[in-house]
Design a protein around this ligand. Structure first.
Ligand code: NAI
Length: 363
């Protein structure tokens, strides 16, 4: 029997190609993993009548660990995000997104070391929405007016932003526990509490309560407004350590952080709950590069490094990280995005699989 069984969701768009590159790299470490392939996304809808079939969730429930490529979400209309559904279904309440500099990416900074802890189950991502023109939207608009709570234009669509004490407590606790376990110095709670008093205001208040419980941990705590955070991240990335944010700001600030380290092709992530963990890059399915053997698999390979650490295979994780660093520092066998950022031209770029080969040769 294999030492570990891991659910592998290749996803769509560039997902299958980067998933195959990642899998080849992980297999080349010699760690004994049985991959249980589980397909999700639009391409399985015809067969199963849903983009997220029950057996995919069951596989993760059984194996407890999964790694996935990105899955496309139709914009505006169509089915809701499979990624969001997965996080909610398994209560993967933490989205952990470390952003650290690796030499050779051509990024503007070389000393980034930030960890984003994004709440993954509530906020504007709760999926509670009322379509413009619907009877429900009209009813809600009337109710708000009746309560004297405000005037909403009758032709509005509405999305709710719930933030709870429970949801906030556990994510801020996760941030502190992570900081302690990983030798970090500071946790910053990021919000817009000056405007959103009852959602972000609650997030800030509960964050301070949790910080009080950790006051003897030696971890410093502060809070910061999200817009100012974005500016200071660009001006002074060295100020920041562990950031804990509600869902939407966490998503946006993650992409900003990816920009600091050389782009979305470089940014790994993990969705973590009490019992299950699903590893996936920050980026999406980049449809315009799908099937072209061009996409950078580094973000997914680094997500696999997080997964190997989670599985207790730290030595293999360290070897993969060192191999990726070697290939990037060398700069000769890297994908188009890295060539462009580092050398200003995509000339000389190699494909997704050739990059994976270069990583494997250095393991
Ligand atoms: P995206 O992250 O897919 O791509 C934006 C741009 O970033 C691409 O056009 C490309 O230039 C670059 N890029 C992204 N990943 C790259 C890689 N590995 N190598 C090289 N370049 C890369 O964002 P977009 O276009 O907003 O979303 C596309 C689809 O992905 C949407 O349907 C969206 O809903 C979905 N998505 C899925 C996620 C997930 O599965 N967790 C996360 C984010 C978006």
């Amino acid at each position: 029997m294999a030492r570990h069984t891991v659910t592998l969701i290749p996803g769509d768009g560039i997902g299958p190609e980067i998933a195959s590159a990642m899998r080849r790299v992980v297999d080349a470490t010699g760690v004994d993993i049985a991959w249980e392939i589980a397909d999700a996304g639009e391409h399985v809808m015809e067969e199963f009548g849903t983009p997220l079939p029950g057996h995919v969730i069951d596989s993760i429930r059984t194996n407890k660990v999964a790694i996935k490529g990105p899955i496309t979400t139709p914009v505006g209309t169509g089915f809701r995000s499979v990624n969001v559904a997965l996080r909610k279904e398994l209560d993967l309440y933490t989205n952990l997104r470390p952003a650290f500099s690796i030499e050779g990416t051509g990024a503007r900074y070389d000393d980034i070391d930030i960890v984003i802890v994004r709440e993954n189950t509530e906020d504007l991502y709760a999926g509670i929405e009322f379509e413009q023109g619907s009877a429900e939207a009209a009813e809600l608009i009337d109710w708000v007016a009746e309560k004297g709570a405000g005037v909403i234009r009758p032709d509005s669509g509405i999305s709710l932003k719930p933030i709870s004490v429970t949801g906030t407590r556990r994510i801020v606790k996760f941030a502190f526990d992570y900081a302690i376990a990983n030798g970090r110095k500071k946790v910053t709670a990021v919000h817009k509490a000056n405007i959103l008093k009852h959602s972000d205001g609650l997030f800030r208040k509960v964050a301070y309560e949790v910080a009080e419980e950790y006051k003897d941990s030696g971890i410093e705590f502060e809070d910061y407004i999200v817009d100012a955070t974005c500016m200071q991240l660009v001006l002074h990335p060295e100020w920041w350590d562990v950031l804990v944010l509600p869902n939407l700001y966490g998503d946006i600030v993650s992409d900003l952080a990816a920009g600091l380290i050389g782009g979305l092709g470089m940014a790994p992530g993990a969705n973590i709950g009490a019992e299950h963990a699903v590893f996936e890059p920050v980026h999406g399915s980049a449809p315009k590069y799908a099937g072209k053997d061009m996409a950078n698999p580094t973000a997914l390979i680094l997500s696999a490094v997080l997964m190997l650490n989670h599985l207790g295979e730290r030595e293999a994780g360290d070897r993969v990280l060192a191999a990726v660093k070697g290939v990037l520092a060398d700069g000769e066998r890297v994908t188009y995005d890295i060539r462009r950022t580092r050398f200003g031209t995509t000339e000389g770029a190699v494909g997704t699989q050739a990059y994976a080969d270069a990583v494997i040769e250095r393991l």
